[in-house]
Design a protein around this ligand. Structure first.
Ligand SMILES: Cc1cc2nc3c(=O)[nH]c(=O)nc-3n(C[C@H](O)[C@H](O)[C@H](O)COP(=O)(O)OP(=O)(O)OC[C@H]3O[C@@H](n4cnc5c(N)ncnc54)[C@H](O)[C@@H]3O)c2cc1C
Length: 236
């Protein structure tokens, strides 16, 4: 079963921002353009490493999913979570800014058949959207978001439960764990789904993968990836 793969060779791109839009109060869409983009293949839900400047002035890289590649443009959707070079960059991005990045990197692919389940927070929503687009069949999505204003445009085949965490801190598992347990009561996870994707904070990803295992979906049927690190000072 193919659920993900890695791209070994990536190139450097020097692009310009041609569009910035607010998808919600905390999700910013950034479209970058360069002729070299059109000459490259951008596989489904691949990501790029954007080159930024950290607080201490040193170069840092932050990963963002390619939500869509069209001609010489790439569309990125970045969470404004409030701290860090990536969030600051996205919050201050304006048309005309240069954006340097490396890519494409890892790809997420749906298996050929079977029901799919996705557990995600805001940072994984662009990847889940691309995955659902490619799957062309219903994808059950449990999506933790900061509050009810943070819903995100997913394809029509995504059967999504929006799970506002409201006063609960980001990066925990209680919101998604409770939703997973409720889903399991309605339809046993191990029987109902062939593959699950977990795109959340790193330690939460491990916990949720274990919970899926105890509900009958073993490791070989779960793609779990830490999309960010709680209380990381330097990020990844
Ligand atoms: C393959 C891959 C694809 C990704 N695609 C996307 C994408 O399309 N859009 C997107 O927005 N993110 C995406 N991410 C996640 C993004 O790379 C991280 O959130 C990253 O840490 C952001 O960097 P930063 O500089 O803003 O914060 P950092 O400097 O890494 O962290 C600063 C502080 O903010 C906290 N923090 C970091 N990220 C979050 C978050 N999402 N929510 C709450 N607190 C956070 C940290 O715990 C830390 O305390 C992806 C990650 C991976 C691995």
């Amino acid at each position: 079963m193919s659920s993900a793969q890695h791209i070994a060779r990536t190139g450097q791109f020097r692009t310009r921002i041609v569009e910035v839009a607010a998808l919600s109060p905390r999700m910013r869409r950034i479209v970058v353009r360069d002729p070299a983009i059109a000459a490259q293949t951008w596989p489904l839900a691949c990501d790029i490493a954007v080159v930024l400047t950290g607080e201490d002035g040193r170069e840092v890289r932050r990963r963002y999913t390619v939500r869509a590649a069209q001609g010489d443009t790439l569309q990125l959707d970045a969470v404004l979570h409030g701290h860090g070079p990536g969030s600051s960059w996205a919050g201050g991005a304006v048309v005309g800014d240069e954006v340097v990045f490396f890519g494409p990197r890892g790809v997420i692919e749906p298996p050929a058949a079977g029901r799919l389940l996705a557990l995600t927070d805001e940072s994984g929503l662009p990847a889940i959207a691309a995955l659902a687009e490619a799957a062309e069949r219903p994808v059950r999505v449990l999506a933790e978001i900061a509050d009810p204003a943070e819903t995100y445009p997913l394809p029509a085949n995504a059967e999504v439960s929006w799970l506002p965490r409201n006063q609960v801190a980001a990066g925990g598992t209680e919101v998604l764990s409770a939703a997973l347990a409720a889903l399991h009561r309605a339809e046993p996870i191990g029987d109902g789904f062939s593959q699950a994707y977990v795109l959340v904070e790193s330690r939460a990803a491990v916990v949720l993968r274990e919970e899926l295992g105890s509900l009958g979906l073993g490791r070989d049927r779960v793609y779990a990836k830490g999309y960010w690190n709680l209380n990381s000072r330097s990020g990844r």
